[in-house]
Design a protein around this ligand. Structure first.
Ligand code: HH2
Length: 261
């Protein structure tokens, strides 16, 4: 999954794709680089980010989604607003990627009434304050319990299990230690049968581990995402698609060769 942020303030690429044509060109390049899904977002969720009004978010994402869908791309919309979800589904998204796991009033119904897939992500708190002092008794158990509850809520609302993807939400109300615990024990989530998506691309956990600024975290991101694949992750949300594609080509070739000895 390639990241297409149509925002002025995203943490790693804000302001680079604020006009629709630049975002469309970038997304098409990501597809050429090997992305199977293009994730279009119009509101940053970085720690401290300011909320964006519905109209403005729609103005940012809808022309981009429509242009990509018309070209046959598989597009997801990164939003937590039911109004944006509904409009994005109308212009052709195949998936709703919601960092609040369809908890907004009406969100479950909007997705249930469509055929779209959905990514349910765990976040502790809200972007404005989520990194202040996140505390868990057992981060893996708590994230797993939350995601299971959201899967159950989706099923109860009529969204079949085979339309669901879950995501532990790296960096969303989590310290470096929480993120590393979740990554190292990702097998607890991938064992549930619902495909797991992970997104660590360029995030501060990689900066903390390497000392690299946000524009030099590509290698660290590849390593982190391969660690997730080794533990069963099925979808990777990344900015640097070409690097990830090459790493996966090598990884998959080795896995296919492996005869269990
Ligand atoms: N991370 C970000 C945004 N959306 N969605 C899912 N499912 N998982 C993630 O880990 C995730 C996400 C944050 O990254 P980015 O979009 O690059 O930054 P910003 O929120 O500042 O636009």
């Amino acid at each position: 999954m390639g990241v297409v942020n149509v925002t002025p303030d995203s943490f790693s690429d804000g302001g680079r794709l604020t006009c629709a044509q630049a975002a469309i060109d970038h997304a098409l390049k990501l597809r050429e680089d090997g992305a199977d899904i293009l994730d279009v977002g119009g509101e940053s969720t970085r720690p401290g980010a300011a909320p964006v009004p519905v109209d403005e978010e729609m103005r940012r994402v809808l022309p981009v989604i429509e242009a990509l869908a018309v070209r046959g791309c598989c597009v997801s919309v990164d939003t937590n607003k039911p109004e944006v979800m509904r409009a994005a589904i109308t212009v052709g998204v195949a998936m709703v990627n919601d960092v609040t796991a369809l908890q907004a009033p009406g969100a479950l119904d909007v997705v249930a009434a469509s055929g779209a897939a959905v990514c349910l992500m765990h976040m502790r708190g809200e972007p404005q304050t989520m990194q202040e002092a996140p505390v868990y008794d057992d981060v893996v158990e708590e994230v797993e319990a939350f995601l299971q509850a959201r899967v159950a809520a989706c099923e109860a609302a009529g969204i079949a299990r085979d339309r669901l993807v879950v995501d532990p939400g790296f960096g969303f109300g989590k310290t470096l230690a929480h993120n590393l615990t979740l990554l190292s024990r990702l097998g607890h989530l991938t064992g549930s049968g619902v495909p797991v998506l992970v997104g660590m691309s360029r995030k501060s956990m990689l900066g903390a581990l390497t000392g690299c600024p946000v524009d030099r975290r590509e290698y660290a991101g590849v390593a982190a995402h391969l660690a997730a694949v080794a533990r069963g992750a099925r979808l990777l949300r990344v900015h640097d698609v070409a690097a990830m594609r090459d790493a996966l080509a090598v990884w998959n070739a080795v896995e296919e060769q492996h005869d269990g000895t």
